[in-house]
Write a protein that binds this ligand. Structure first.
Ligand code: HEM
Length: 233
């Protein structure tokens, strides 16, 4: 059932539970939080793949091991096998977190190490973009290296050193959906095409709005990917 239908049904079955305004706000939140975040991540991941042909080749290899030369569509079962592509997406969200800052109003005093007290009522801004570049957790932080998300490397890392989807009770409700959507779109593109970034990292200027954006369109070249053998499927 569609999301809007579910909300309307709640209101029909239990009148007074959700006002028209509540329903509109829920739809707004999901549409905004779900769409622009995912499309920003898609743009930056394509840019990174287009700037790192060796990593793009590894993604293409993984996809070939799943699909061969078949032109069939992606199915749910394929997504779990896209292990390397998932690391690429995670690493892309480390470097270019779609939500570059998160804010919270403190409802209790917060004591930080080094006798630092942030008083109740203060507004705190957390910057995943900066946190994700902390050398303590990510040596050579500017380097795009999906291997950082190998299991052994993640085990030794503080769980809150990586927060593209925020953390705690108000973290992103759509993160699994987003990962699925990104895998479906990126795998479909990389199976069919080779991406080459024309915009360079040095040229890329970022705008830290609510959603991280490039200041100018990112230019990429798209070429058809060679089919290796005649498909029998
Ligand atoms: C790459 C894609 C995405 C990223 C990076 C992302 C990131 C985030 C972040 C950082 C927050 C917390 C904001 C805050 O604490 O102020 C958030 C909240 C939220 N996200 Fe996502 N998001 C993504 C995709 C999605 C999708 C696809 C959906 C829905 C289908 C979604 C729905 C939501 C909702 C409803 C909230 C608010 C949760 C709450 O306040 O309890 N997001 N997202």
């Amino acid at each position: 059932m569609a999301f809007l239908d579910t909300l309307l049904e709640v209101e029909m079955n239990k009148p007074g539970t959700l006002s028209q305004d509540d329903i509109r706000q829920e739809v707004d939140t999901f549409t905004f939080e779900g769409h622009d975040t995912t499309s920003a991540s898609l743009v930056f991941t394509l840019f990174l793949l287009g700037s790192h042909p060796e990593i793009q080749d590894k993604v293409a290899e993984e996809l070939y091991s799943i699909f061969g030369d078949s032109q069939r569509s992606v199915e749910m079962k394929d997504l779990q096998q896209m292990v390397y592509l998932e690391k690429v997406i995670k690493e892309s969200l480390r470097l270019y977190p779609s939500v570059p800052y998160i804010s919270r109003a403190l409802i209790h005093d917060l004591n930080l190490p080094g006798d630092v007290l942030i008083p109740k009522g203060a507004n705190v801004i957390i910057l995943p973009y900066i946190l994700h570049r902390n050398k303590r957790f990510y040596p050579d932080p500017e380097v795009f290296d999906p291997e950082r998300f190998n299991e052994d490397q993640c085990l030794n890392r503080h769980p809150f050193a990586y927060i593209p989807f925020s953390a705690g009770p108000r973290n992103c409700i759509g993160q699994k959906f987003a990962m699925m959507a990104l895998k479906i779109i990126l795998s479909t593109i990389i199976r069919k095409a080779k991406i080459e970034s024309i915009t360079t990292k040095e040229e890329l200027r970022l705008l830290p709005f609510l959603i991280l954006r490039p200041s100018e369109p990112i230019m990429i070249k798209v070429k058809p990917r060679q089919v290796r053998a005649e498909s029998t499927v």
